[in-house]
Design a protein around this ligand. Sequence first.
Ligand code: UD1
Ligand code: UDP
Length: 392
Amino acid sequence: MRILSVFGTRPEAIKMAPIVMALRAMPGVESRVCVTGQHRRMLDDTLAIFDIKPDDDLDIMTGNQTLADISARVLTGLDPIMRAYRPDFVLVQGDTATSTAAALTAFFNKVRVGHVEAGLRTGNLLSPWPEEANRRVTAVVTDRHYAPTEKARRALLAEGYPASSIMVTGNTVIDALLHVADEVSAPGPIRDKLDGRFDWIDPAKRMILVTGHRRESFGDGFLGICEALRQLAAREDVQIVYPVHLNPNVRQPVFDLLASVPNVSLIEPQDYRSFVYLMTRASLILTDSGGVQEEAPALGKPVLVMRDTSERMEAVEAGVARLVSTDPARIVGHVADLLGDRRRYAAMATGANPFGDGKAAARIVADLLGQSGVSPLPIPAVEMGQLALAIG
Ligand code: UD1
Ligand code: UDP
């Protein structure tokens, strides 16, 4: 069986890595990896952590690229690879321009598509933009929908996809996180190196870890986020650590508004191992990231989501995340509430992890093999919802 995995951004690489590793170890499977290079540095950092060497690299990234740039380059770059390789399945992940363009290229070549992290919806095509639309377009051309949660499965059923085409797997980000969290929490050279690299983090303060990059927040949204961080930085009991995404539309407002604010450390995007370490050191996480919303609960870290909508409401419903928008007053108010109330903080830090149990990749690979008739594997039972981790 030939499986072509296509991905191009940091989160896709993190979430596809467990599948690529599982496929690599599978007899009877020929696994090929094509990266689009939609992200360059952030992708390469992730490939290095998981020791993935792509077979093909479309190397499409340009500075400040448009959605049309990315889509056009993926379609034309991937098409000849797809025609020459003729995979049985193409695997795509999530909601990026890469994943949707790759799914379309597969469809144009009559190749079956497996969609990893299928069925996430806000119901609002403009939020997140363009990701909500990307997910819907990908679903239309998908044969096997790998839904991370029951809620995602229900969303797909409601759109009319047959139950037999949907499988609840958990999110592969938890597989990746558990793998890396073990490495960074165990005493040894990796932990020592990270402790040394981040020795400037003040253990007497409560560290707030921040990420942000959403296109729908460019402009006013980022101004709001930066204003909130400026106000929070005036508190003496906190230290703000913010790895700044490489998108120029993010870097410009963030560096303009925060570079000279004391108590805010603006740092480069971190490789995955370093970022997981930072999450384990954080008291609170402020983010608009999809992946971080899923990881924080698994690490027992309260997460405030700086967006108006989320396609990952499972965490909010489980009481381990709050949706706080990009309004500075709301962000500052929620941080003050959590840092000032031990009971409410503890309730958020000890809640359930609704996103996975670390076996998602095994389920997906077993299902793919079953589709082809190649030695179907026993599929690990779904036992998610109560995964509590004590790390760091
Ligand atoms: C993309 C995805 C978004 C995902 C995010 C994860 C789309 C439409 N957007 O958004 O869904 O949540 O990745 O981070 O697919 N850049 C670099 N080096 C890098 C990465 C980015 O310089 O390693 C800069 C380039 O100038 C590039 C710009 O960032 O043009 C934007 O990258 P792009 O992938 O288009 O958008 P993201 O905002 O990263
Ligand atoms: N991440 C990372 N380094 C960083 C910031 C984030 O490795 O400096 C990881 C994070 O742990 C998560 C993923 O990147 O797994 C999320 O990527 P991003 O926020 O860019 O995209 P999204 O998940 O919103 O699509």
